[in-house]
Write a protein that binds this ligand. Structure first.
Ligand SMILES: *Cc1c(COP(=O)(O)O)cnc(C)c1O
Length: 374
């Protein structure tokens, strides 16, 4: 389907809000009776929080996670009634910005717990807070020693803890023993917080089975069609298609090179399409291909593969279309992501992951929203 877009549009992201809603419902069904939140940090992974959040609210999602206070402020305008958690927690002196949008920080260090508890004491109110405990990721979260220190200082009594959470390091590899070790550490930490809601799993963790679900799961990537787990498929479908325009098609004689530093040379008469998207648009420069390079870097015209040749530059890529039929013409759209070019496949070709690819897609792409399958 080629949507109607302005003639001057060089690149196009088609985002299916109905599919995002359907993906959320499928995950909620999978984890029931646990509840299912939605992680909408980083502008809903680059797909546009202003459109994604209302679609998820309409689907019935009641709990959202963002990374920053600024993201929380936007999310609050789009989801006035929702429960809203801030994963980056409390920056020094930043509590007012969270109160202003009724967002709940996920406190993730002893310092943050101290600061929030002392504000609560001053205000003589038990502020709602989430707590992140570290179970082996060694990123954010209180250690068992930190928890003991907070307990002995009576800090938790000053707060209204509404969620205790942790985050898995290796959930994409189902058989990794680290998953069971973190599960056990999380269960041990929860003994200190009877009756408080618990959350451990993100997109991959929720595929590890019911023991990982607790009260609430926190998928992000899977809502947007991502399949990060190496072993298990999430019950979700693709959400985003990325296309860019052919600016021109040119013939290149044998021995001629294409692009910066002449890294690709035609071994026979070749047709090259110049496409209006480059690394500024989030196509990693690592997708560049030299003459003998057999790497998996290509775009699609319909179902036909056209390999990227030469360097990815700021605004352009060059692809070989010598045998593509019917002939590629100026103004045609090449599929960069979509169909067999999944986020994982393109991420892999670029030596990165689909998450990075998705969240870096640039602002030059015209975002076209559709309400497909619901
Ligand atoms: C980003 C994030 C998530 C969502 O992760 P996905 O893999 O995208 O599902 C969940 N929890 C925390 C703490 C995160 O930082």
């Amino acid at each position: 389907m080629t949507p109607i877009v302005p003639a001057s549009t060089t690149g196009l992201m088609t985002i299916d809000l109905g599919r995002i809603a359907a993906n959320w419902r499928a995950l909620r069904h999978l984890v029931s009776p646990a509840a299912c939140a939605a992680v909408v940090k980083a502008d809903a992974y680059g797909l546009g929080a202003d459109r994604v959040i209302p679609a998820l609210v309409a689907a019935g999602c009641k709990t959202f996670f963002v990374a920053t206070a600024k993201e929380a402020a936007l999310a609050r305008t789009l989801a006035p009634e929702a429960e809203l958690f801030v994963l980056d927690g409390l920056l020094p002196g930043s509590a007012q910005s969270l109160f202003a949008c009724c967002a709940t920080p996920i406190l993730a260090s002893l310092d943050e717990v101290r600061e929030f508890a002392s504000l609560a004491r001053e205000a003589d109110t038990k502020f709602a807070a989430g707590l992140q405990v570290d179970t082996g990721l060694n990123r954010l979260g209180l250690s068992p020693d930190d928890i003991a220190a907070a307990l002995s200082d009576g800090l938790f009594e000053a707060l209204n803890l509404v969620l205790v959470m942790s985050h898995l390091a290796s959930a994409d590899v189902a058989e990794d023993p680290k998953n069971a070790a973190q599960l056990e550490a999380f269960q041990a930490a929860l003994k200190t917080f009877p009756g408080v809601r618990a959350s451990l799993a993100a997109s991959d963790g929720l595929l590890l089975g019911a023991p990982f679900h607790f009260d609430l799961v926190r998928p992000g990537y899977a809502l947007y069609g991502g399949q990060a787990s190496t072993a298990r498929r999430a019950p979700v479908s693709d959400v985003v298609k990325v296309e860019a325009r052919v600016l021109q098609v040119r013939d290149v004689a044998p021995g001629e090179s294409v692009g910066y530093s002449a890294t690709w040379r035609a071994t026979s008469a070749s047709r090259i399409a110049i496409i209006a998207a480059g690394y500024e648009d989030g196509l990693p420069r690592a997708l560049s291909r030299t003459t003998d390079d057999a790497s998996d870097s290509y775009v699609l015209f319909g179902s036909i593969r056209a390999p990227i040749v030469g360097r990815v530059s700021m605004d352009l890529i060059t692809v070989e279309v010598t045998d593509v039929s019917p002939a590629i013409r100026r103004g045609d759209l090449a599929t960069l992501i979509g169909g067999e070019r999944t986020l994982e496949a393109v991420g892999h070709a670029a030596g990165t992951i689909g998450y990075e690819l998705l969240t870096r897609l640039g602002s030059r792409f015209h975002r076209h929203y559709i309400e497909g399958t619901r």
